[in-house]
Design a protein around this ligand. Structure first.
Ligand code: ADP
Length: 614
């Protein structure tokens, strides 16, 4: 690496370190300021303790010599006693501060911060642009933030604790150097030269560790994914029926082995650097003690100064050692922890608007919209032109993979269009405030998610604390689920799934879909979208759901997606998707008799169901 590059890297690391420490001090000040007091006490105790270790031998030795010389023996004896009491008292006080504040800081507050950060990362993950949930770089950043703020850096307490130790070492070294310069000055260059050597090799070890961290993060993420899949009950069916435990286990083993091999390579590369550091330490001690001994033997320093130099050399050595280590540690810890700061600033994938959505009726327009998924080559939708008037009920039909769900995702702004515009009330949807905009929609996707919470919470979801029981019962009734729920041991308060409650209930596929639909009904948004949430229902049940839904949706705008055509019977317009675009558009009557039409063909194929229903 060139000198300029090295300097640049050094500068970057220092900047990251300062940013991380300032960020953490601000965070602590805002959330748990008592931790700063704890560190201040630890700092004072530590500095006093080590300063006393340097001066005590000299003070004692000088008093002892005067006492032995016989002059005012009792006064010197008394002073010696005072020193002894101070020593014992100080070390007791320092020990006490250390054990009370130190343990409290590192364990209790540390644990608190660990949870605080975990929750914050999870919250950020839920708030990040949806597009990022499929972006490997964003997922990697998320994972690195999590790992960087946990055992890699020790989190807030790991970084600030190290900073406090570096600061107290700096103060001790500063004082120690002063003492040494006055009595045994050559010790300073000896210590400093050895420090430079020590820092050099320690830095190499840290760099090796940071480099391997990148590799470990990826394997760890994949290993974590497989572990998660194996431990999720809901995937148990597929995993068992397809005998995939072995395959998944082998994959997990391969990544675990990869991690072990990365650790091994890291250790091997660090080994020679560790040996070099041991050599430097030995050489420094030999030179220091030889030098102090020489000064004493040749009567250049007193016996008291000799004791002080020996003590100062030892304190200085330990201080420099801890400081060197601490500096490297803090750079390393900050490097890891900084990934959390980077994650917090991860660039948004989408433009953020601030415009308010107008009240009342809404008109939706797709103006020449084309779209391809991020990092994908092919367009999924091309030149879509579509207007949905307020209160209109539109049915979107088409074969699997025709782009129906994608259209809904674009409308809900989970992704931004690649070309063209989507307008609501004549305004590009990018201009609206995200939060207000999302409130326009109640959507049930085919891959909706139910949570291991109570039935009531699953329906109300956003405002569970003020959940309206009557309204929940009403929507459960509308979806035909109320009777089933009333039979549950705790009614609406029964937990869904047995993961966290042995009395929880396992819902059938159809019941789960009905719950998701009830959730959308409860939300009471002006635009309702059902994206094939009825796939697990038989055609008659599906027909019933749509019919019930129509009653409730009434004058709201509604978009129904289904590859079965039962939904079309209620709709004002039908858009038929094929070949990445809208191939047919019109009313049921217009399309059903169109010669060679896609809709006409689909309808006649499925007609038997509707004959039954009718
Ligand atoms: P439909 O709802 O009509 O069944 P989709 O809108 O789900 O179809 O999918 C349209 C096309 O987009 C399919 O070819 C699908 O593979 C692709 N697709 C869907 N989701 C993604 C994604 N997140 N990333 C890349 N391609 C996707």
């Amino acid at each position: 690496m060139s000198e300029t590059k090295k300097r640049q890297e050094h500068f970057e690391n220092t900047k990251k370190c300062l940013e991380t420490i300032i960020f953490m001090i601000k965070l602590v000040w805002k959330t748990k300021p008592v931790l700063l007091l704890v560190y201040a006490l630890l700092l004072i105790g530590d500095v006093f303790d080590r300063a006393w270790q340097i001066f005590l031998p000299k003070l004692m030795m000088d008093e002892l010599q005067l006492f032995l010389a016989g002059a005012e023996a009792s006064r010197h004896l008394h002073t010696l006693g005072v020193y002894a009491v101070i020593s014992v008292g100080a070390s007791l006080a320092v020990g006490l501060i250390g054990s009370i504040t130190g343990d409290h800081a590192t364990q209790v507050i540390g644990e608190w911060f660990q949870e605080y950060i975990d929750i914050d990362i999870a919250r950020q993950a839920m708030e990040m642009d949806f597009e990022h949930t499929e972006d490997p770089d964003a997922l990697d950043a998320l994972n690195k933030a999590k790992e960087g703020m946990s055992w890699y850096s020790g989190g807030v307490v790991g970084v600030l604790g190290e900073a406090q130790r570096v600061l107290s070492n700096a103060l001790v070294i500063f004082g120690g150097i002063g003492v040494v310069l006055m009595t045994c000055p050559l010790l300073v260059p000896v210590q400093l030269v050895s420090l430079v050597g020590f820092l050099y090799f320690n830095m190499r070890i840290n760099k090796i560790e940071v480099r391997h961290f990148e590799e470990l993060a990826k394997d760890n993420r994949i290993f974590g994914y497989i572990f998660f899949q194996l431990s999720q009950l809901q995937y148990g069916k597929d995993i068992r029926l397809y005998n995939s435990v072995g395959m998944m286990g082998r994959k997990a083993d391969a990544h675990a082995e990869q991690m072990v091999s990365t650790w091994r390579r890291q250790n091997l590369k660090s080994r020679s650097n560790n040996w070099a550091m041991d050599g430097i330490n030995m050489l420094r001690d030999a030179v220091s003690y030889f030098y102090i001994g020489y000064l004493a033997i040749t009567h250049r320093i007193s016996l008291g100064d000799f004791s002080m130099c020996v003590a100062a050399a030892s304190v200085l050595y330990q201080g420099l050692f801890s400081m060197a280590n601490g500096l490297q540690q803090i750079v390393k810890r900050c490097n890891y922890a900084h990934r959390y700061l980077e994650y917090l600033q991860y660039p948004a994938a989408m433009e953020k608007g601030s415009r308010s959505v107008q009240k009342g009726e809404h008109i939706i327009e797709f103006a020449d919209v084309s779209f391809r998924y991020p990092r994908a080559e092919n367009y999924v939708l091309r030149h879509i032109n579509l207007t949905i008037r307020s209160g209109e009920h539109l049915s979107i039909v088409g074969l699997n993979g025709a782009g129906k769900t994608t259209l809904v995702k674009l409308l809900c702004r989970l992704y931004d269009v690649t070309e063209g515009k989507i307008l609501i009330d004549g305004v590009n949807i990018k201009e609206y405030s995200e939060e207000e905009y999302r409130r326009l929609f109640a959507v049930v996707f085919q891959d909706f998610e139910l949570f291991a919470f109570s039935m009531k919470e699953n329906v109300a979801l956003a405002d569970t604390e003020h959940a309206d029981q009557e309204k929940i019962a009403e929507v459960l009734k509308l979806t035909g689920l109320l009777e089933d729920v009333e039979k549950l041991p705790e009614g609406m308060d029964t937990m869904i799934f047995k993961s966290y409650d042995e009395h929880g209930t396992e819902l059938s596929g159809g019941q789960q879909q009905k719950t998701a639909i009830a959730r959308a009904l409860y939300r009471n948004a002006p635009i309702v979208i059902l994206d094939e949430p009825t796939a697990a229902l038989d055609p008659i049940a599906e027909y019933e759901i749509y019919r019930q839904f129509e009653t409730l949706v009434g004058g709201k705008t509604a978009i129904y997606i289904s590859h079965r055509l039962s939904s079309c019977r209620f709709c004002d317009r039908i858009a038929v998707f094929a070949d990445d675009t809208i191939k047919e558009y019109g009313t049921h009557d217009e399309l059903v008799n169109r010669e060679g039409g896609i809709y006409a063909e689909m309808f006649h194929e499925q007609a038997k169901y509707y004959v039954d229903i009718a």
